[in-house]
Design a protein around this ligand. Structure first.
Ligand code: CP
Length: 308
């Protein structure tokens, strides 16, 4: 990653590069327990966060990560920018680069937008989620949380359940988890499983009971209503009945199963409130780990370390 200067997706990273980010995040997480949460290693750097889609967790945690590392963050609001006057994405990023910005964090509704930006600027570009394609920092924080919970990933069974088709989180998780040796199962209605996903090395299972059985981790995905053109299942009530993760369903799961969700959650659709707030969930721990992961990514990209 460091020689390439961008973080566009986990598809592009080696196992060693992924592990190096996770190790760095472990060091940074220790800082949260200190009274003074500051490691001013990026003191003279200024980043811009360019979010063409809404975000709570990713945007706030990148802001926080930059602050802890001493970097400045320019929060670019698409709604009040010249994008609204028709300025293109490329013109927008080239203008920001010419101001002396040191790095771009971008979320965009179109898959490949961060890749296009990275070809046009000479500063690091970090993908904060692009269309259905990838959300690399989410997958890194998910994997980091899994390792915290069970010590390692190799040979663990990870079930990703729900709207796989529209999920960039699923794609990045699959790239990362497979590189680290996990057994990955995807489960959901046939209409929400992308054709050919088996080629990524995952097993497709349509029965939720089968998918849950023996799983070490269940990563529950949000049903992405905003991306669906047409109906992918008859009704929300039926989705919940057939695919919703409930306490009753978890009776078939391992005693130490870990329940994850990238957020935002649709309670009562893909997950019950009882499970979302229940004893097996690590959902807010995932959010907390997001800050450490994003610190690690900013640190590695902006210091342009080339030793690994
Ligand atoms: N998980 C995730 O990307 O959440 P946000 O959309 O709130 O950033």
């Amino acid at each position: 990653m460091h020689k390439k200067k961008n973080l566009l997706g986990l598809k592009d990273l080696s196992r060693q590069e992924i592990e190096s980010i996770l190790q760095q995040a472990t060091l940074f997480k220790e800082i949260f327990n200190r009274p003074v949460k500051k490691v001013p290693t990026l003191n003279n750097k200024i980043l811009v966060s360019l979010f063409y889609e809404p975000s709570t967790r990713t945007k706030a945690s990148f802001d926080m990560a930059a602050k802890i590392l001493g970097a400045g963050m320019v929060n670019f609001s698409v709604q009040t920018s010249s994008v609204k006057k028709g300025e293109t994405l490329i013109d927008t990023v080239k203008n920001l680069e010419s101001m002396g910005i040191d790095g771009i964090i971008i979320r965009h509704g179109n898959g490949g937008a961060p890749h296009l930006v990275s070809e046009k600027v000479n500063i690091p570009v970090i993908n904060a989620g692009d269309g259905f394609n990838e959300h690399p920092t989410q997958a890194l924080l998910d994997i980091f949380t899994m390792i915290e919970e069970k010590g390692y990933i190799e040979g663990k069974k990870v079930t990703i359940i729900g709207d796989i088709l529209h999920s960039r989180v699923a794609k990045s998780n699959i790239w990362g988890l497979k590189k680290l040796g996990a057994d990955v199962v995807v489960c959901g209605p046939s209409s929400m499983i992308p054709a050919g996903i088996e080629n990524m090395g995952v097993k497709v299972v349509h029965s939720v009971s089968d998918a849950i059985e023996d799983a070490d981790f269940i990563n529950v995905l949000r049903v992405q209503f905003e991306r669906q053109k047409g109906n992918f299942f008859p009704s929300v009530r039926e989705y919940y009945r057939e695919y919703g993760i409930t306490t009753k369903r978890l009776k078939k799961a391992k005693e130490d199963v870990v329940i994850m969700h990238p957020g935002p959650m649709n309670r009562g659709i893909e997950i019950s409130t009882e499970v979302a707030d229940g004893p097996y969930n690590v959902i807010l721990e995932q959010v907390k780990n997001g800050v450490a992961i994003r610190m690690a990514v900013l640190y590695k990209l902006l210091l342009r370390r080339t030793t690994e």
